[in-house]
Design a protein around this ligand. Sequence first.
Ligand code: ARG
Length: 465
Amino acid sequence: MTTSSSPTWSQRFATALNPAIAQFNASIGFDIELIEYDLTGSQAHAKMLVKTGILSPQEGQQIAEGLETIRQEYRRGEFRPGIAAEDVHFAVERRLTEILGDVGKKLHTARSRNDQVGTDLRLYLRAEIAALQGQLRQYQRTLLGLATDHVETLVPGYTHLQRAQPVSLAHHLLAYFDMAQRDWERLEDVHKRVNISPLGCGALAGTTFPIDRHYTAELLGFERVYGNSLDGVSDRDFAIEFACAASLIMVHLSRLSEEIILWASEEFNFITLNDSCSTGSSIMPQKKNPDVPELVRGKTGRVFGHLQGLLVMMKGLPLAYNKDLQEDKEAIFDTVKTVRGCVEAMTILLAEGITFRVPRLQQAVNEDYANATDVADYLAAKGVPFREAYNLVGQVVKTSLGAGKLLRELTLEEWQAIHPAFEADIYAAIAPQQVVAARNSYGGTGFDQVQQALQRARQILGEVE
Ligand code: ARG
């Protein structure tokens, strides 16, 4: 006999499932996350069953109402299925049968949990992608706001983490804006492959019922349907693609995190961490720690781990559904939660957690040899072949270092002793403000270019035409 605690499929079996195996097999502990999508998918399926004459309109009506009741019960916290239900799909069907009796048992006509779970996961991911894209927009708006405030603020630009050439702080921040834009576009692209309906693929081979897959797809807002039922139930490319897009978001956030951590160190001292976003030490009272960017940097590892886990789970998996696929859910749920949490935290950190120490930045760009390229460019502009100019400036830097002088501290006589082409305008040419302004090539840090980049960013965000 089937009781409310025995598995839905228990009639086929002679003995009860070992409780530890039941626990091991169950996904209800985590796939309850899908319940709202499961209900929505089931409502569309039932509607289609009525449209195609497989269920009567009265049956369809009852099922629709029953599913809505379950939704309300769940939202009120009254419906919390336990391990006996095995997974969210069985849990919903059981509850529906409790509410409706035999009519509830008709819902699963012409469908399998295999196409059902694929549908649920796609609906879930579609909604989460849209939400994540919205968060990325907010993050970009915050970067744009900071960049707008700091066009004229100069910071040392680095290669090999050695001071290279000064840049506008806005230019630096807009690099992260552009990375986030690629992230946003990548999600837009992933969405295309998420938004395909597997519903109606059945267990693996389709169904004997005269279903209308295009109708359910339309009801659920899917753009297309899978053309091959075996592929439809076993494809998880979309989940892997999402994990990949999420991983790249984390790459970008972790790079910004690392810079913030460095900038906040006493060695750099470029920013102050504000109290609302930093934490103290339990033993060293003087400390203020950059926990937020450190956590983001740390969480990057688990997002990469989920991508790797999904890839390995899929590798060599024979068609069509295999229980291995149940493992996709925790990876995807945790990826979604982690990346969304990190984008939110970084947005808050940028908006209120850091203050750039402008006087210190000004000092930094004036205290080094990051204008050496500009001396070479100066000579090259006066006709000295660039490589020759480069070699001369190498000597200048060596001499200046030896004399404990910065380039701007050399006298005109000293400059002219190196090359007669040097004139009094060399001092203006190597002032950091001029060094930055002069890099006016498209996409460069020159102030005109930065203004244009800001304008492009505003266009992307729809703030201007
Ligand atoms: N809980 C299962 C999963 O998450 C649902 C599909 C089960 N299908 C099956 N044939 N056992 O993958």
